[in-house]
Design a protein around this ligand. Structure first.
Ligand code: BG6
Length: 486
């Protein structure tokens, strides 16, 4: 481990993300002995806090969100790393005291990670103010910046944010977070595809009929209307998490397991996505959304989307990828279902018809992480084939009652300079190029499919089912505790 001090400056330390995710993730890494030493964690915020307020806040966060791993002795060591620095984000002059505090901690010769967990409207200010005080320059020790989503509001704002970033930081210093990439099972997509030999030969248009990505949530807009009503499901889930999952599923094998090779392949997939036809989209809004606190009474923000898209390359040409995500749905589940083609000549009687007669490989991202492969097997004592599942559950295969939270991995990777699981500037922009025309079309094109209301607790509007029925498919769901859901 390096002896150069490492300092994490968490902007927005008083906020929700820091409390629920960042502080617990740091503590967990700390007790696993994975953080570099010496380590300083500087909470940066607007409030008039002291070091003691931050320490108290962090301890309460841990007791609330990481109770299972909280341990007094470790905490006593961990809390020594914590200090607080007050900064008014838009005001450059307030950064001097932060600069001086960091200088005192590491003598100017340390590694520094700036973590932006603040409202996106402050990103450009923070970047510019850090730049003005020369706080991004790498002389002795590295300087890195981690940026939370949303990265931009559309292509134009994302490009402008990239320009601000690049005027102060080199791309290699920038770590754009998509926490889905930190999920163990999302990472396992690559391991499954490229550490085995049995999947890759069938991973293409000759053998696969269609691919489905479902990211369903039971939560509704809750207290986040201020952000969500401006964003909607396309910006909140599709531009980032869903397209990231798609690129892991569809990418070509990278030549190495490193940030350059991996992200090169992911970006190629996004660039090959054919413009989505509005007729291949469904937008929905759950009933009651407009009555939620902070939502405009006539809001046209979609809380559900289903899309059909195509990837124009040799591997995937004309194979439909169906994506759907929504809030206030029946169950929380994120899963990818890969439906294979049917046998060219069917000689057996099957108990299931249509799509149910296909082999499906289900990658269960959450909850109950695992992989299911549905295969046909002979029913004993009968001449009929029935679907049975080969199942891998992380909880059984690994001692995994506590899979590490995505932020644990991501924070560690950023500290270690491994950018594999972070989004490069060209990836971000390619993803916006895919979703922007859909969002614009929904607003501006009279021929766009209308908003479909749906009942909270359902699987979304019927139009989302119709989108697949047109192609004689249906949404497949595996990995659920409840059956009969599609
Ligand atoms: C966030 C979105 O990025 O992801 C939220 O802003 C969403 O709206 C959340 O609820 C879902 O994350 P997870 O890890 O619970 O699936």
């Amino acid at each position: 481990m390096s002896e150069r001090p490492t300092t994490l400056a968490i902007f927005g330390v008083t906020g929700d993300l820091a409390r629920r995710k960042l502080i617990p993730a740091l503590f967990s890494n700390f007790i696993k002995g994975r953080l570099p030493q010496p380590l300083h964690i500087v909470g940066v915020g607007r409030r008039d806090w002291t070091d003691e307020t931050l320490i108290d806040h962090a301890q309460r966060s841990l007791k609330q969100y990481a109770a299972a791993i909280y341990e007094e002795r470790a905490w006593q060591r961990f809390c020594r790393a914590l200090s607080y620095s007050k900064v008014n984000l838009p005001l450059p002059e307030t950064y001097r005291s932060l600069r001086d505090a960091l200088q005192r901690l590491d003598g100017g010769a340390g590694n520094r990670l700036y973590y932006l967990s603040v409202a996106p409207e402050f990103y450009a200010d923070v970047i510019c103010n850090l730049g003005a005080l020369d706080m991004a320059r790498e002389a002795e020790g590295w300087r890195r910046i981690v940026i939370e989503k949303p990265f931009g509001y559309n292509l134009e704002t994302a490009q402008s944010l990239n320009r601000s970033l690049h005027s102060v930081f080199a791309e290699s210093q920038v770590y754009r977070i998509d926490h889905y990439l930190g999920k163990e099972t999302a990472q396992n997509i690559l391991f499954m595809r490229f550490a085995n030999t049995i999947f890759e030969p069938v991973w293409n248009r000759s053998h696969i009929s269609n691919v489905q990505v479902t990211v369903a949530e039971t939560v509704d807009v809750g207290t986040r209307a201020g952000y969500y009503d401006r964003a909607g499901v396309m910006r909140d889930m599709a531009q980032n998490h869903m397209l990231q999952l798609l690129s892991l599923i569809a990418m070509e094998p990278p030549s190495a397991f490193d940030a350059v090779a991996l992200r090169n392949e992911k970006v190629k997939v996004l660039q090959a996505v054919r413009a989505i036809k509005l007729a291949d989209t469904v937008r929905g809004q759950y009933r009651g959304y407009r009555q939620a606190d902070g939502v405009a009474p006539d809001s046209s923000t979609p809380t559900f989307a289903a899309l059909k898209l195509f990837i124009d390359n040799w591997r995937w040409k004309d194979i439909p990828f169906y994506l759907r995500s929504g809030k206030a749905l029946r169950q929380k589940t994120t899963q990818v279902n890969i439906q294979f083609k049917r046998p060219p000549n069917s000689i057996f009687e099957l108990t299931e018809r249509g799509d149910y007669s296909r082999n499906v490989l289900s990658i269960c991202i959450q909850p109950d992480e695992g992989i299911h492969l549905s295969i046909k097997a002979k029913i004993p004592d009968q001449q009929i084939a029935k679907t049975v599942d080969l199942e891998l559950h992380y909880a059984n295969a690994f001692v995994a009652d506590n899979l590490p939270d995505a932020y644990e991995r991501l924070l560690l990777d950023a500290i270690n300079g491994d950018a594999q699981l972070f989004i490069r500037s060209d990836e971000i922009e390619s993803a916006w190029k895919i979703v922007d025309p859909v969002i614009a079309g929904w607003h501006e094109d009279r021929a766009a499919p209308p908003m479909q209301p749906y009942a909270p607790g359902s699987w979304g509007p019927a139009a989302a089912d119709a989108l697949l029925e047109r192609d004689e498919h249906l949404w497949r769901l595996s990995c659920l505790h409840e059956n009969g859901a599609g």
